[in-house]
Design a protein around this ligand. Structure first.
Ligand code: PBG
Length: 325
């Protein structure tokens, strides 16, 4: 007979007790703030489906990064928009690209901030796919050398970490090889290892103007029904040289985060993606939910599932709320 000896409510009686026995402690330590870099100067355009998030030219990105660093957020991840899209996404590796120029500006400002870059072609290609297209097919092997070129250009500009999000096979090895060959052996790779083909990327595609112009991403991103396959993806990326691995999206895939955490010892990141943000923002704007409590609960659940690194558009708010409490 366990009751009345065992009373779990005993340890819930006060905030002091609850804090004393809490298993998951939120902090700003693993937060990554995603940002959209666009060409030009003094450009700051809000993304209508993502209130509070902007496309910004490099000069504005630096000012925003100053705020991010002041809030104690350790890292940003940069996405880029090109001046001109083409078949092969050639601006992805341009030294004059918005991402490359933003990194240089952040470095010049000597901010205490890790700079991560998203490595992909979809923002740069006219067809909006994450690799080169031939006869309606997204080609694998010729795409990975272009991705490696993009990663190298980010490293040259001063990125600390490159994060390939394309889901081509073999891209981590190709990037590692290219970086090492060019003496960037200390630039780390955070691979989007288990990236699902998800409707939760909808608002991002407005932000990055990267919606595929034909078809969808089902032939390269993962099927939402598969969890064991995620473990194979992670195992391969680690074998190829990934330093950290990511599960994306976060909320509908907490089981995948947990399984990856249990199986592997590398740092695990989770991407709290655009629609996860937009849904919360929309409901908050309507006054239907308590935004702060909802967001902190979401962050706690992602961390409890096993992610120590969280990429989230809520990062600045989270840092402010944690400071206040
Ligand atoms: C690029 C990329 C996407 C996201 C991150 N990198 C979009 C996609 O794959 O279609 C989504 C991020 C988000 O929704 O916040 N491949």
């Amino acid at each position: 007979m366990t009751f009345p000896v065992h009373r779990l409510r005993r340890l819930r009686r006060s905030e002091a007790l609850r804090g004393f026995v809490r298993e998951t402690h939120l902090s700003t330590n693993g937060l990554v703030y995603p940002m959209f870099a666009c060409p030009g100067n003094k450009v700051r355009t809000e993304i209508s489906s993502m209130p509070g998030i902007h496309q910004q030219s490099p000069d504005q990105i630096v000012e925003d990064c100053r705020q991010v660093a002041d809030l104690g957020i350790p890292a940003v991840i940069l996405f880029g928009l090109p001046k001109q899209k083409d078949e092969t996404g050639s601006e992805a590796a341009s030294t004059e690209g918005a991402v490359q120029r933003s990194i240089e500006a952040i470095r010049k400002a000597k901010l205490n901030l890790l700079v991560i870059t998203d490595v992909c072609l979809c923002e740069y290609t006219s067809h909006g796919h994450c690799g080169i297209v031939k006869d309606g097919e997204v080609l694998n092997d010729s795409s990975i050398s272009l991705l490696a070129d993009a990663a190298l250009s980010h490293a040259r500009a001063g990125a600390d970490i490159v994060a390939p999000s394309d889901m081509m096979d073999g891209r981590v090895a190709a990037i590692r090889h290219k970086l090492d060959e060019n003496k960037f052996q200390d630039v780390a790779i955070l691979s989007y290892a288990a990236k699902y083909c998800s409707a939760f990327y909808g608002p991002f595609r407005e932000a990055a103007q990267s919606a595929p112009q034909f078809g969808d991403r089902r032939s390269y991103q993962m099927d939402p029904g598969n969890a064991r396959e995620a473990l194979r993806e992670v195992a391969l990326d680690l074998e190829e040289g990934a330093d950290m691995i990511m599960v994306k999206p976060a909320l509908s895939y907490l089981d995948v985060i947990q399984r990856v955490r249990e199986r592997f010892d590398a740092p695990v990141a989770a991407y709290n993606v655009s629609a996860e943000y937009s849904m919360v923002k929309a409901a908050a704007l309507k006054g239907w939910i308590d935004e702060e409590r909802i967001v902190l609960e979401i962050m706690t659940s992602i961390q409890r599932a096993g992610a120590s690194i969280i990429l989230t558009y809520h990062a600045k708010d989270v840092a402010r709320w944690l400071k206040a409490c």
